[in-house]
Design a protein around this ligand. Structure first.
Ligand SMILES: [Mn+2]
Length: 356
């Protein structure tokens, strides 16, 4: 089967369907999902299909420069809640069964992803779609899309004089670099994809994005927090956080400068609009032997994650019941949670000691 031709055919058919077509990226969109979707918008256009990108691209996903990347890309993201019931959807950089799916109305007709499918359910769900391109031997969705572009655009490739081409190549290159940890985790497929973009992409832009400084708010949060550590585990509990956007970057920052293998940030996020008061938990693990999803589950009774990053949004009451918290005692809620986490850490250490 010619995957390049079948993508073109799929877009052609989709354009005849007369219902809007959207590329939907996962929750907390990342540079890879944006780059891949931009490339897909271009490929769709070449087949006569006008498609838009749906996502929520905040500076809250471990990529503090996201807001700047989005601005540079010129992409106007569609709000997930604005997707009509009668729409066609391609999931990009995620697939049915992923834990981080953005919930949208509409029909899922296609998938383009580089993440491994779960054997129970996801494989069947994906194989029944009108189009699917899941390549686990590529380390970013942007690499897969660059591969499509290289075939469809032919030898001429991108036009270095064309501003839109430059933008697309730049965001694709940034996407490949972020998902491959600046290429260290990249393989030959990713390097070949980069070769198409080399000479077109604006590397000085990427250098600025990669050198992005964390906002001051993060240090302020850490200053207000209280921490506990046992063995390779460290947790910060931060009371009364107004803006949940800073919780993920705080976990990332800890992982960058802190010596523990596992860092967890627990923020008590205050009610805002329709959102009730809740706990936002974000964990990061440096070692594959410490599965962050398992760790969060064993401590908080909730959470998931992959590739070293994970989290859970825990309703206020649920956290209270889970840690048997009491209000009105001399001990603050923060201290009681820290105590609960500490005994969770101790149990993890005990289990590991027994195993080794
Ligand atoms: Mn990706």
């Amino acid at each position: 089967m010619d995957i390049y031709k079948s993508l073109g055919d799929h877009f052609k058919k989709a354009s005849e369907a007369k219902s809007p077509y959207y590329f939907v990226v996962h929750e907390h969109a990342c540079p890879d999902s944006l780059g891949a979707s931009m490339g897909l918008v271009r490929l769709a256009k070449m087949s006569g299909l006008e498609a838009k990108i749906v996502g929520d691209f905040k500076a809250s996903t471990g990529y503090p420069s996201n807001a700047d990347v989005l601005k540079y890309s010129g992409v106007e993201l569609v709000n997930p809640s604005d997707v009509e019931q009668k729409s066609q959807i391609m999931y990009v950089d995620c697939h049915p069964g992923s834990t981080n799916l953005l919930k949208v109305k509409g029909d899922i007709v296609a998938v383009l992803d580089h993440h491994k499918l779960k054997e129970d359910g996801s494989e069947d769900a994906v194989s029944n779609l009108a189009f699917s391109d899941v390549r686990i031997d590529y380390n970013s969705a942007s690499s897969i899309v660059a591969d499509h572009l290289s075939v469809v655009l032919g030898k001429t490739g991108f036009d270095p004089e064309n501003g839109e081409d430059k933008k697309l190549a730049t965001v694709l290159m940034h996407g490949i670099r972020t998902d491959t940890k600046k290429l260290i985790k990249g393989n030959k497929n990713d390097y070949l994809a980069l070769a198409l973009l080399e000479g077109i992409a604006d590397k000085s832009k990427i250098a600025v994005w990669e050198d992005y400084r964390y906002p001051d708010e993060i240090l302020a949060l850490l200053n207000r927090g209280e921490s506990v550590s046992v063995g390779p585990y460290l947790a910060y509990v931060i009371p009364e956080v107004g803006n949940s956007d800073f919780v993920s970057p705080t976990a990332d920052l800890l992982t960058e400068f802190e010596g523990h293998d596992v860092n967890i940030v627990v923020a008590e996020v205050l009610a805002k609009g329709k959102q009730k008061r809740r706990f936002v938990v974000r964990g990061r693990s440096r070692r594959a032997s410490h599965d962050i999803g398992d760790i969060l589950n064993s401590i908080f009774g909730a959470g998931g994650g992959k590739e070293g990053a994970g989290g859970a949004d825990i309703p206020y009451n649920q956290m209270f019941t889970h840690f048997k918290l009491k209000i009105g005692k001399d001990v603050s809620v923060t201290s009681q949670i820290l105590f609960g986490i500490e005994s969770g850490f101790n149990k993890l250490v005990e289990v590991r000691d027994k195993d080794t």
